[in-house]
Design a protein around this ligand. Structure first.
Ligand SMILES: Nc1ncnc2c1ncn2[C@@H]1O[C@H](COP(=O)(O)OP(=O)(O)O)[C@@H](O)[C@H]1O
Ligand SMILES: [Mg+2]
Length: 244
């Protein structure tokens, strides 16, 4: 579904991802077509095993489709080799995971600087950008803290800063609140809302209705297929929570 007339960042057409395990073929994605415009905020819902992470990995250029087409910002990624995909990933994608994936020995600033090391930015600028981004996610006071000196919510903010520091076209978040309590999850959702208001395009995987309702569009998956794609107000997740 084309949501707006705006510029399309993501265009997936009949995408399949088939894993071969022994003689078995697992259709993790089984013909997914999806357009996402600039500054959309999309939640992807579905049961465990429905293909959500596979979809995110493909959109994030961590993996490639077995069949079908994927254009990212007008570039056909299916024709790209490993090094081109790595460059596109570094320049255009910011990833946030349930388990934060921070390096334990590095402080917040150094963790956020990591993606900048691959782009030829000098150390002084790297440090400035990392600090600025940590301020942006509300962690100006935690710049020198290492992961084991921070709460779960703070760690996820560091991970979000790391995802944003290269100014990506898309922020991809796979169960970003999966390891957080309700209040901290709400705070992370407030941060996502701010980022969206500032123009960030966001795709977030969640199986929780009260997290998904923060997005503007909800996609539901089952057995590797999209079976529902609606503005949030029309999705059952919204109705469930608002009692209508
Ligand atoms: N690397 C893999 N090798 C084989 N099968 C996989 C692999 N990754 C995922 N799958 C299978 O693909 C399907 C979709 O998985 P996934 O995208 O992780 O689902 P979700 O994130 O919705 O829980 C599942 O049946 C899963 O077992
Ligand atoms: Mg998953």
């Amino acid at each position: 579904m084309s949501k707006t007339n705006g510029e399309m960042i993501i265009r997936l057409k009949d995408v399949k991802r088939i894993y071969k395990v022994g003689v078995e073929h697992i259709h993790a994605l089984d013909g997914v077509s999806l357009d996402v415009a600039k500054n959309e905020y999309v939640a992807v819902m579905g049961h465990s095993g429905s293909g959500k992470s596979t979809l995110m990995n493909l959109v994030g250029c961590l993996d490639v489709a077995t069949e079908g087409a994927y254009e990212l910002n007008g570039q056909d990624t299916t024709k790209m080799g490993g090094s081109d995909l790595a460059r596109v990933r570094n320049e255009q994608i910011g990833f946030v995971f349930q388990s934060f994936e921070l390096l334990p020995k590095l402080n917040a600033q150094k963790n956020v600087e990591l993606p900048l090391i691959y782009s030829k930015i000098g150390w002084l600028t790297r440090a400035k950008l990392a600090k600025k981004t940590l301020h942006r996610v509300g962690l100006g006071e935690r710049i020198k803290h290492r992961p084991n000196q921070m709460s779960g919510g703070e760690k996820q903010r560091v991970a979000i800063a790391r995802a944003l520091v290269c100014n990506p076209s898309i922020l991809l978040a796979d169960e970003p609140t999966g390891n957080l309590d309700t209040q901290t999850s709400g705070e992370i959702m407030e941060l996502f809302a701010e980022l969206h208001n500032d123009g960030q395009t966001i795709i977030m995987v969640t199986h929780e209705a009260d997290i998904a309702r923060h997005a503007k569009r909800i996609i539901r998956m089952s057995d590797g297929k999209i079976y529902s794609d609606l503005p949030t107000g029309q999705d059952p997740a919204y109705k469930e929570i608002n009692g209508c």
